[in-house]
Design a protein around this ligand. Structure first.
Ligand code: COS
Length: 383
């Protein structure tokens, strides 16, 4: 059930105000310390940001995809670490439960994920299984009335603060989807240990680390949906939504970078005039604006299609490929427009330039999106 137009406008405006007045002033501090203050998390909880798309039945706001991407665009206008904290709970940190959980699993976890009391994380990637996710090695061995997990997960977003890990693990042999199952593993279960926080190029404050399972015993009730063999397909469906959400974040970030570029170009004077008056600067602004608009139109179109219940694997990958590459170009132009000032940390574009690099890597690299797009296109034309 979509929100009425007034409520949606109120929510978008409230998010924009929160981003502008509360988060933007904290960007430099979070980049420096790598820590998002607890008070900010509480304010994000109060705004409902942890439960945007989770059903009201479980305490969320129940936004459809079009509404969610509009909010994600607003959150994209600041350091990605803030979005990462809340966005994981409505995306890859909860979607497997939403899509394939039992009623009991939904009732147990979704209300606390929606409120932000519980932080979720998605544990698919491994040291030897990145793009080739099907080759993951973490095993879940049936043992008595439960399973025993062994293996290492890598670059797991929010793992250092997560209360719940959605873990894809092998319950069968071979490079095939039916060999992978999905488990809901609670933090603090004996046999889980965390690696050191990853030191990254950017996105300070968005926490990632290894999660290691060493004879970690979990109950049979941790098996998602109560059925083995659906873990990989569920993970792919989770990513179909996640890729659209990330694309929306890229649109917001591009709009912020354009705003920063215009601000600088209208203040900075060279050769006796504002650099915004030079056509070569204007060309960069025009290219960035055009590309951001194209990405926005794509994301909204794909989100509406998803809301109509149509398959959007192809569209999600098209959006992820275009929007993440687009924001990389926009960030590059933003630095160029700032000249030498764009290379020093006093201006946010230096930080955003590093932050946006991750968008082309996580939730599937650009090359994986190309592969999915080509496969889906060839399939559609061969049908
Ligand atoms: N929705 C539902 N099911 C899907 C799907 C989707 N979007 N994509 C694939 N599947 C299913 C396939 O239908 C197939 O099922 P069957 O075995 O029943 O036929 C199964 O999953 C295996 O898919 P496929 O044959 O395409 O597997 P491949 O190993 O060839 O390729 C890719 C899968 C490369 C697309 C996948 O591994 C991938 O997305 N890798 C990137 C992983 C990633 O994004 N990591 C980021 C970590 S999370 S931050």
């Amino acid at each position: 059930m979509p929100l009425d137009a007034d409520t949606l406008t109120l929510l978008v405006d409230a998010t924009r105000k929160f981003v502008t007045e509360r988060l933007v002033p904290l960007e430099a501090e979070v980049a420096e310390t790598g820590v998002i203050p607890d008070a900010v998390r509480e304010e994000m909880q109060a705004l409902g940001l942890f439960g945007l798309s989770i059903s009201p039945e479980y305490g969320g706001l129940g936004l459809n995809m079009e509404e969610e991407v509009l909010i994600a665009m607003e959150l994209g206008r600041t350091s990605p670490a803030f979005r990462s904290l809340a966005g994981t709970n409505i995306g890859i940190g909860s979607q497997a439960i939403v899509l394939a959980g039992t009623d009991e699993q939904r009732a147990r976890y979704l209300p606390r994920l929606a409120s932000g009391e519980l932080i979720g994380s998605f544990a698919l990637t491994e040291p030897e299984a990145g793009s080739d996710a099907l080759s993951l090695r973490t095993s879940a061995r049936r043992d008595g009335d439960g399973y025993v997990l062994n293996g290492t997960k890598r670059f797991i977003t929010n793992a250092p603060i997560a209360g719940l890990y959605t873990v894809m693990a092998r319950t069968g042999e071979g490079h095939r989807a039916g060999a992978i199952s999905c488990f809901l593993v609670e933090a603090g279960t004996p046999g889980i240990s965390l690696g050191k926080p990853d030191r990254k190029m950017g996105q300070a404050g968005a926490l990632t680390c290894d999660v290691v399972f060493d004879d970690c015993r979990i109950p049979a009730s941790a098996l998602l949906g109560g059925e083995e063999g659906n873990g990989f397909r569920t993970a792919m469906r989770v990513l179909d939504k996640g890729r659209l959400h990330i694309s929306a974040v890229c649109v917001g970030m591009a709009e912020r970078l354009i705003a920063e570029s215009v601000r600088y170009a209208t203040e900075r004077k060279q050769f006796g005039q504002r650099i915004a008056d030079f056509q070569l600067i204007q060309a960069m602004i025009a290219d960035s604006q055009t590309e951001a608009y194209a990405a926005k139109a794509m994301v909204l179109d794909a989100a509406r299609k998803r809301d109509r219940g149509e398959p959007t694997t192809l569209e999600a990958s098209c959006c992820k490929l275009f929007a993440t590459e687009m924001v990389g170009r926009v960030a590059d132009r933003a630095v160029q427009i700032h000249g030498g000032s764009g290379y020093i940390s006093e201006y946010p574009v230096e930080r955003f330039y590093r932050d946006v690099r991750l968008f082309r890597l996580y939730e599937g690299t650009s090359q994986i999106q190309q592969l999915v797009i080509a496969r889906e296109t060839i399939k559609a034309h061969s049908a």
